[in-house]
Design a protein around this ligand. Structure first.
Ligand SMILES: C/C(=N\NC(=N)NO)c1ccc(NC(=O)c2cc3cccc([N+](=O)[O-])c3[nH]2)cc1
Length: 321
């Protein structure tokens, strides 16, 4: 890849660290400070130019979103360059890589870890919705982890399929991965359109995968198509995979994976669900900034506080020094 001159002057590009559907991510060093950054290289023609939507406009919308957002659980753009066919987005380094690689097939995350990550995803998506943005492509590949530690900050990324709450076309959406798309995207999106509830569905699928270690809707010869399973809202919590997971966690998943968007748990209601109410310190905005500080400074005291968030001291626990 050739990089723009002014980019080359400011950054030294090193090896590839991740590849996405519309471009790759490389490690780079800011020459002046030796600070490590990630560079997402997006080929403009890679943008799905399905139907009338023009690839340039899709890309410009995503760049506009990336510039506009500011939240500890959303990827932050540090710098930006473009040539006539490529975008170079300089981003903060997320050394934990993609959540996708943490929820390896076969076993889920510890419930407390899944709760910490899910809580951050909810905060990030609540922020997006408050700012009139629907993500529309929430999946494990688009959730990045700040460090290798379990108690870490996560950030949502990839706004290629995102919609700024104004006119939008359905055709672009149907080029996303179907497994995480909500039922209404297939059924009545073409007529009445659909809203932020699609992200709540995808978060339900994400939580299912984090807890169960397998997808709720998947291709299988003897099963209906993924699209059919989604439209029917048909999924199974295989006992061997879900034993040891709390009833509250399962209840959260079931209330998100509801076919009728008007009956589905909203992001705001999900944040008030009992599963996320830690009796000693209810999960709230401060925790999110705490986690962001924690990961920025790896402060042991903050790590202890974040652990309390994950593993609240039971009443019976006596604090032993
Ligand atoms: C904005 C965006 N995508 N937009 C888009 N149109 N893609 O489809 C975007 C997508 C992915 C990423 N990924 C990373 O920053 C990213 C992936 C990864 C894997 C191992 C290690 C690191 N790391 O930073 O150390 C990684 N960073 C960053 C930005």
């Amino acid at each position: 890849t050739i990089f723009p001159k002014e980019f080359q002057e400011k950054y030294l590009v090193s090896r590839g660290i991740g590849t996405g559907v519309c471009g790759e991510v490389k490690l780079a060093f800011e020459r002046a400070t030796c600070k490590k950054v990630a560079v997402k290289i997006i080929n403009k023609k890679n943008f799905p130019s399905v139907g009338v939507s023009h690839p340039r406009r899709n890309a410009e919308r995503e760049i506009e979103i990336l510039r506009r957002i500011d939240h500890p659980c959303l990827i932050k753009t540090e710098d930006f360059y473009q040539t006539e066919d490529t975008y170079y987005i300089v981003l903060e380094l997320m050394e934990g890589g993609e959540l996708f690689n943490r929820v390896k097939a076969g076993h889920g995350l510890d419930e407390a870890v899944a709760k910490l990550y899910f809580y951050q995803m909810l905060m990030a998506v609540e922020y997006l919705h408050r700012n009139g943005i629907i993500h529309r492509d929430l999946k494990p590949e688009n959730i990045l982890l700040a460090s290798q530690a379990k108690t870490c900050l996560i950030k949502v990324t990839d706004f290629n399929q995102s919609k700024i709450l104004e006119g939008e076309t359905l055709s672009r959406t149907l080029c996303g991965t179907p497994s995480y798309l909500a039922p209404e995207v297939f059924t009545h999106a073409a007529t009445t359109g659909y809203g932020p509830a699609v992200d709540a569905w995808s978060l339900g699928v994400l939580l299912f995968v984090c807890l169960g270690g397998y997808a709720p809707f998947y291709e299988h010869p003897s099963r209906p198509s993924v699209q059919e399973q989604i439209i029917q809202g048909e999924f199974t919590m295989v006992p061997s995979k879900w034993k040891g997971i709390s009833d509250q966690a399962k209840d959260m998943v079931r209330k998100l994976l509801v076919v009728d968007p008007s009956l589905r748990l909203s992001i705001t209601s999900a944040l008030k669900h009992p599963w996320l109410q830690v009796k000693h310190s209810p999960l709230n905005h401060e925790h999110c900034y705490l986690i962001s500080d924690l990961c920025a400074f790896q402060d042991p005291a903050m790590l202890a506080q974040a652990n309390k968030l994950m593993y609240p001291p039971e009443d019976s626990d006596t604090v032993t020094h």
